[in-house]
Design a protein around this ligand. Sequence first.
Ligand SMILES: NC(=O)c1ccc[n+]([C@@H]2O[C@H](COP(=O)([O-])OP(=O)(O)OC[C@H]3O[C@@H](n4cnc5c(N)ncnc54)[C@H](OP(=O)(O)O)[C@@H]3O)[C@@H](O)[C@H]2O)c1
Length: 289
Amino acid sequence: MTNGITNPASVPDITLADGCGIPQVGLGVLRIDDEGVQPVVEEALAAGYRHIDGAAGYNNEGGVGRALAAAGYTAGEARASLWVTTKLRDSEQGYDSALKAFDRQLGLLRLDYVDMYMIHWPTPFDWRSGETWKAFVRLRGEGRVKTLGVCNFLPEHLERLHAETGEWPTVNQIELHPTWQQREVVAFCKAHGIAVEAYSPMARGSDLNAGGGTIGRIAAAHGVSPAQAILRWHIENGTVIIPKSVHADRQRENLDLFGFALTPEEHAAIDALDGPTRAGHDPLTFTYA
Ligand SMILES: NC(=O)c1ccc[n+]([C@@H]2O[C@H](COP(=O)([O-])OP(=O)(O)OC[C@H]3O[C@@H](n4cnc5c(N)ncnc54)[C@H](OP(=O)(O)O)[C@@H]3O)[C@@H](O)[C@H]2O)c1
């Protein structure tokens, strides 16, 4: 079942608290330049991806927009079948600045609306998420955004946003992979109806060798790749995933996760790989600016 062309219909939607359905697997486009991203997104669409995860901070929304236009996904039924996420730059948080940024981003993406708009980092040392959220609510009211999310929010940031706005985001996109499982954050999200979306779902590749060969052994038992074994574990946890690859064969592999299942023992063995080391940045101190 590996490396075949996946039927997009085989990727289920996760239903969010507001009723929106997000495809459980998407393509991440971080660290791909504006010129390079166009063919990568076009290949992903051809492979069956119906969910693209981008951000203003990735400096490639123009290239994503060119790919969507070239492949015919900016309008009509094709557009309706696609989920596009983008994120606000930290430096553009605030009411007026968020509205202005969104206009620019939508233009670059060549779209009339995005499916999800996210606050990229909580920047608690320069907290403006409450004001930003008011702009997000306005965009949602205008139909230019379907659902509102955040990234990298710890429970204290979710509580603070809720206290200021009366709302929980529908999605919290966090670093999450076998060696960094953030169980406290995940439990808080589940208790408050917030869907968890895993970024760096393979720890940027370093978890492929996790556990001194544990992942490799599980993969071999199913005739799949280590990437597929990890991504299947996420799927079984009900997590939305956005693995990034610039290679068409890997993109297909990363989408092809629905023809096998981990045994309870295998799933537990991946659970047991949790560790103390993140691959990315600390939300308490980091800003993309
Ligand atoms: N909200 C945030 O703050 C935040 C932060 C980080 C990331 N993200 C999002 O999450 C997405 C994914 O995270 P990520 O790019 O950091 O890490 P990742 O998806 O865990 O790993 C990507 C790395 O794994 C390699 N890879 C992909 N598929 C593979 C396969 N089947 N076999 C072997 N290697 C494979 C890729 O190489 P090739 O490309 O060469 O195939 C790349 O080096 C990003 O693109 C972005 O959209 C969000």
